[in-house]
Design a protein around this ligand. Structure first.
Ligand code: DON
Length: 575
C-alpha cells in the first residue's frame, strides 16, 4: 500500500501526508502478522533512518538497533549476524564479505573481510592427475571453503566505529532468532527443499537443514546449535569463533572429512581496512571496493567508458545504450580475467586500469553499429549466485554498504557439526586452472591462482555515491559475476535516466562478461523488437533467470528513499 501511495501521488500538499502515512506503515513493515506471515515492504520514504536487507527479520532488527541509538555500523553488525540465522543461503558467519562505510563527515573507509585460502592449499588442489579440474571439488564439501572472515570483520568494525559500544546488544537479536526460530518464507522453504540432496551429501542427517518431509511456508525454523555458537561470539568476541570450542569444531569437521583448514589458519585470520576505489563521474563521486574485489575497478571502467555518450538522451533500453554498455562490459571483464587478484600477493595496476585515457584507448575500436566478437577482445595493454547485500543509513548521516556471502547458495553445504553454521565454498572464486571457467562462467589467469593465505578474486561491489560532496546513494547486490553490471545499471538508471530508486532497482537488467559470448537478458523484460535490433547488430541474446537483488537507498531533498529488490524477499525498514 505504501508503494502505491508514494509512487502515484504527485501533489505536493498531499505528498507530505502520504509520506507520513508511509512512515507510519514502515513501523509495521518487515514484521510478522499474527499468522506468522511477513509484511514485505518494497519501497518507502523515511526522514531519519533506513535499512534494506534480504530478509524482513534482518531489516526489522537493523531498524531496532538504530532505534536504540546505534549507528549504521551497529545496525550493520546486528544485520550480518541476523542474516546468518534467517537468510542462511548467503547470510553467514562461515563466509566473508566487504564493507564500504561513509561517516557523516564524509570519511570513507572499506573493510575487507574476504575469506583466505588455507595455508595447506596449493595451486593444483582441484586438478586430477591429468591436470584437469575435478568437477564439484571447489564448490561442494569440505575442500571448497576458505578461512571465514565475517566474525573478525564485524568485530573489527565494532572496535573502530560502534556508537553503542555494546557487542552483546548487537548479537542478541540473532541469538533470539536462532534459539526461538523464525518463520520460513515460501521462497526459503522451496530453496531448502531444492537443496536437500546437496545437504545430505556432506552432512549427517541429524542437522536442522535436513528433514524427512518437505519444509513448509510459515514453518518455525529453530537453530539451537547456531544460537550457542552466536552466544560464544557474544561472550568472547572474535576469540569466540577463531579460538576455543567453536574453532575446534570447525577444524574437527575439516580433519574428519578431508579438509585442509587448521587451527593456525583460524587464529591467523584478520580482516583489512583498505583505501576505497574512488572516482568522479560528472558531479558524482563514487566509492567502492578495491582488490581482492574487482568491483570498484570495473565500476570505474564502465563509467569512464560511457561518460562521453548521450545515454540519457538515448534512453535506458534503447539498442544504442545496451550496445554501448555491453561493449564496455566485454572490455572491462576481459581486464578482470587477466589483471586482477589479491594485491597482497600480486601487483595489480589499479591506477592504470581506472584512468580515463586508458578506457578511451580500450573503447577506441568500439563500433557503434556492430557487436565485437569476445575472441577479438583481449585484456588491455598497460604500461600494465548466493550472496546478499544490505544498505543502511542512520539518523546521524553515516552510511554502510555491505555485500557478504558464502559464495554459492548455502556455500559448501557443510554445516559445522555441533556449531550449526554453514561454511563457504569461496575457493571456487580462485581460478582452479588458467582459462577454465568457475561457477559463474568467469575465467581467470595467473593473478588469481590459488596461493596459501591469499584472498580469492571477487565481484562484490558495495558502493556509496556522493552528489556534490553529499551522501547520495548506498547500493549493492548479490549475483556472482553480474554484481558489477547490476550495481552499474542501478546507478546509471538514477543519475542518467532520472529514475526513482524504486524504478532503478526494479527495472530489467542485461549482462555481458566478455566470455561467454552471449548478452544475458532477464526473461519477459525486453521487447521482441529490441532483441531483434540487437541481434542485427551481431549480439547473441540469451534470456536467463533474474539478474541481481539490489538493495539501495537514495538520499534526495532531505528524504531517505529505500528500495528492496522485487526479485527476492528483500524488505525496507526505517523511520
Ligand atoms: O565474490 C564473488 O564475486 C562471489 N563469491 C559472489 C557470489 C554471489 O554473488 C552469488 N550470488 N548470487
Amino acid at each position: 500500500m505504501s508503494i502505491y501511495f508514494i509512487k502515484k501521488s504527485k501533489i505536493n500538499k498531499t505528498l507530505a501526508f502520504f509520506i507520513a502515512f508511509g512512515i507510519l506503515l514502515s513501523f509495521i513493515s518487515c514484521k510478522k502478522t499474527e499468522l506468522g506471515e511477513y509484511k514485505i515492504v518494497k519501497q518507502s520514504t523515511f526522514v531519519q533512518q533506513a535499512a534494506v536487507t534480504a530478509h524482513p527479520e534482518a531489516s526489522r532488527i537493523a531498524n531496532e538497533i538504530l532505534e536504540k541509538g546505534g549507528n549504521a555500523i551497529d545496525a550493520a553488525i546486528a544485520t550480518q549476524f541476523a542474516l546468518a540465522v534467517c537468510y542462511p543461503n548467503a547470510g553467514n558467519i562461515g563466509g566473508g564479505g566487504f564493507m564500504v562505510y561513509r561517516s557523516k563527515d564524509g570519511e570513507v573507509n572499506t573493510l575487507d573481510f574476504r575469506e583466505k585460502a588455507p595455508s595447506k592449499s596449493s595451486v593444483d588442489m582441484y586438478l586430477d592427475s591429468n591436470g584437469e579440474v575435478v568437477e564439484g571439488l571447489s564448490t561442494l564439501g569440505h575442500l571448497s571453503s576458505g578461512v571465514p572472515g565475517s566474525v573478525d570483520g564485524m568485530h573489527e568494525a565494532f572496535l573502530k566505529y560502534s556508537a553503542l559500544k555494546d557487542w552483546g546488544i548487537l548479537l542478541e537479536p540473532a541469538i533470539e532468532l536462532a534459539r526461538n526460530g523464525f518463520r520460513l518464507t515460501e521462497r526459503q522453504a522451496n530453496e531448502l527443499n531444492a537443496e536437500s540432496s546437496d545437504f545430505k551429501k556432506v552432512n549427517s542427517e541429524d542437522c536442522v537443514f535436513i528433514k524427512n518431509s518437505n519444509f513448509k511456508t510459515g514453518e518455525l525454523f529453530i537453530q539451537s546449535d547456531l544460537a550457542n555458537t552466536l552466544d560464544a561470539i557474544k561472550i568472547r568476541g572474535r576469540a569466540g569463533f577463531y579460538e576455543g570450542e567453536i574453532a575446534e569444531k570447525i577444524i574437527s569437521e575439516q580433519i574428519n572429512n578431508g579438509g585442509i583448514m587448521r587451527l593456525e589458519d583460524l587464529s591467523a585470520y584478520h580482516s583489512v581496512w583498505r583505501k576505497p576505489i574512488s572516482f568522479d563521474y560528472k558531479n558524482y563521486k563514487m566509492y567502492s571496493m578495491p582488490p581482492p574485489s574487482s568491483g570498484g575497478i570495473l565500476l570505474a571502467q564502465l563509467f569512464k567508458a560511457i561518460e562521453e555518450y548521450p545515454i540519457s538522451k538515448w534512453g535506458m533500453h534503447d539498442k544504442k545504450t545496451i550496445h554501448l554498455i555491453v561493449e564496455a562490459e566485454k572490455r572491462a571483464y576481459a581486464d578482470r580475467a587477466k589483471f586482477i587478484g589479491d594485491t597482497d600477493f600480486v601487483p595489480v595496476p589499479v591506477n592504470d586500469l581506472v584512468k580515463k585515457e586508458y578506457m578511451k584507448i580500450r573503447m577506441s575500436d568500439f563500433d557503434s553499429l556492430k557487436a565485437s566478437a569476445p575472441d577479438s577482445i583481449e585484456a588491455g595493454k598497460l604500461e600494465s549466485e548466493e550472496t546478499t547485500h544490505f544498505s543502511i543509513v542512520d539518523k546521524f548521516g553515516n552510511a554502510v554498504s555491505i555485500t557478504t556471502t558464502l559464495n554459492g547458495s548455502y556455500g559448501s553445504h557443510v554445516i559445522v557439526d555441533g556449531a550449526g553454521f554453514i561454511m563457504n565454498n569461496e575457493m571456487d572464486d580462485f581460478s582452479a586452472k588458467v582459462g577454465v571457467a568457475n561457477m559463474y562462467g568467469l575465467v581467470g589467469a595467473e593473478a588469481n591462482k590459488i596461493e596459501p593465505g591469499k584472498r580469492m578474486l571477487s565481484s562484490m561491489t558495495p558502493t556509496i555515491v556522493e552528489q556534490n560532496g553529499d551522501l547520495f546513494m548506498v547500493v549493492g547486490t548479490p549475483g556472482g559475476s553480474t554484481i558489477i553490471t547490476s550495481v552499474f545499471q542501478t546507478i546509471v538508471n538514477v543519475i542518467e535516466h532520472n529514475q526513482s530508486i524504486d524504478d532503478a532497482v526494479q527495472n530489467c537488467r542485461f549482462h555481458h562478461q566478455w566470455k561467454p559470448s552471449e548478452v544475458f537478458i532477464e526473461e519477459n523484460c525486453f521487447s521482441a523488437d529490441l532483441i531483434k535490433e540487437l541481434e542485427v547488430m551481431g549480439h547473441i541474446i540469451e534470456t536467463r533467470e533474474p539478474i541481481g537483488r539490489v538493495d539501495a537507498i537514495l538520499i534526495k531533498d532531505g528524504k531517505i528513499m529505500a528500495a528492496a529488490d522485487k526479485r527476492g524477499d528483500d524488505c525496507v525498514a526505517g523511520k
